[in-house]
Write a protein that binds this ligand. Structure first.
Ligand SMILES: Nc1ncnc2c1ncn2[C@@H]1O[C@H](COP(=O)(O)OP(=O)(O)OP(=O)(O)O)[C@@H](O)[C@H]1O
Ligand SMILES: [Mg+2]
Length: 396
């Protein structure tokens, strides 16, 4: 399957003669060395990224790492110095002015941090702006603008001026303007960063709600890992013009791979990110009886499973010891908690009852692992998960 948007080996050197800098990059020289030797700034250094249809791809990185340059190279507000930007497999880098204009109007639209609304035009005229440029007839563009204004919850505000709106409402106008063009790819460059926290949360929720019906392909730039977790299905982290880490939020937090990436994840609430599957341990079979299989879990309890792997009941540590010794399974209790593998650790922690074992159970009710309070705590507190795995070996 071709990806909706695929970036291949993209370079940006801010110079009218990028050749020498590109040659140095090819030899593995870095951004700062090139600046010292040639006095030119490297914006992007060999960036490749695949964005599937419908994805919300988050781009993160410190200030100056190249996020905006990346966004601007995709719709060629900045001209790439080398590389490809493939839209459904077609490279848009070689396109001429007219074709490029068409791409910007129909395929890719951009939402900026400061929406740059035209202050002396009414809200609805601001929303129509792109359509007007595109030559859409007046009645049709008015209809379309009214439609998208109601989509972003501003149906009644079309005939007001931008200064009569709050910051959050202006953000919505910017979003409406991007949506009005019907472009299927949205690039949002720190679109919510200037908003105060409550409005920001509201806009994030709004975007998630819209995305469920619009199903756009979104590249969203942010400084904020919490925002990246909330909105994104994948995160790419940039440094010095390069993508230094790329993956699912959970995998990035688990294995940052460098201090630079780890610094972004440090404040993350792991209890809301990690799920039961990640923290659980497999159980060890202890004995087989005609009832089924008795397995021991990390907390010292035993779970009795039927032939299909479903939990029949639980034995406490003493009874488990007895069963081990005698080969006879005593009376099973139902005093355990079960959670699905996708349950976030915060939910697991809430269902935890003092001393009771926790079984991780799939959709069909089959036992797949167990969790103790220490597993939950270790994952929530972890900054270096490899160590946690190591400790686990020592304990068991
Ligand atoms: N027009 C330009 N001319 C020269 N250098 C530029 C230009 N635009 C950006 N740069 C440089 O490119 C690098 C990346 O800048 P960019 O704006 O992409 O960073 P960013 O990650 O978006 O930062 P921020 O988080 O502050 O928005 C920086 O070193 C910057 O100085
Ligand atoms: Mg920027």
């Amino acid at each position: 399957m071709t990806e909706r948007l695929e970036i291949k080996n993209l370079f940006k050197v801010f110079s009218s003669t990028p050749g020498p800098a590109l040659a140095m990059l090819a030899k593995g020289r870095g951004k700062s060395e090139i600046f010292e030797k040639l006095g030119v700034v490297v914006g992007l250094n060999n960036v490749s990224l695949s964005v599937p249809q419908g994805a919300v791809y988050m781009i993160m990185g410190l200030s100056g790492s190249g996020k905006s340059t990346f966004a601007r190279c995709i719709n060629r507000l900045n001209e790439p110095s080398a590389g490809q930007v493939l839209l459904d497999g077609r490279d848009i880098v070689p396109l001429g002015e007219a074709e490029l204009r068409e791409v910007r109007r129909t395929r890719i639209s951009m939402v900026f941090q400061h929406f740059a609304l035209l202050p002396n035009k009414r809200v609805i005229e601001n929303v129509e702006f792109g359509l007007k440029l595109r030559g859409v007839a007046a009645a049709e563009r008015r209809r379309r603008a009214e439609e998208v204004l109601s989509v972003v919850g501003l149906a009644r505000w079309g005939y007001h001026y931008p200064h009569e709106l709050s910051g959050g409402m202006r953000q919505r106008v910017g979003l409406a303007r991007a949506l009005a063009t019907d472009a299927d790819i949205l690039i949002m460059d720190e679109a919510f960063s200037a908003l105060d926290p409550l409005i920001r949360t509201e806009m994030q929720d709004e975007l998630l709600r819209l995305q469920r019906t619009l199903n756009k392909t979104i590249l969203f730039i942010t400084h904020d890992f919490q925002e990246a977790l909330k909105l994104g299905t994948r995160i790419a982290i940039m440094s010095e013009g390069e993508v230094v880490r790329d993956g699912t939020p959970q995998s990035i937090v688990l294995e940052p791979g460098s201090d630079y990436v780890a610094a972004f994840t440090r404040e993350i609430d792991r209890s809301r990110l990690f799920d039961a599957r990640l923290a659980m341990r497999p159980a060890e079979p202890v004995l087989q009886s005609e009832q089924g299989t008795l397995v021991s879990e990390a907390g010292g309890f035993g779970f009795m499973l039927d032939g299909n792997g479903k939990v029949l009941g639980v034995l406490d540590a003493i009874e488990l010891g007895r069963a081990r010794a005698s080969g006879e399974v005593g009376t099973l209790s139902t005093d355990y908690v079960s959670v699905p593998p996708g349950a976030k650790l915060i939910e697991v922690a809430r269902s935890y009852r003092d001393g009771r074992p926790i079984a991780v159970v799939d959709d069909e009710g089959r036992f797949i692992g167990s969790l103790g309070a220490d597993d939950i705590l270790a994952r929530i507190a972890s900054t270096a998960p490899q160590t946690v795995t190591g400790e686990r070996h020592v304990q068991s």
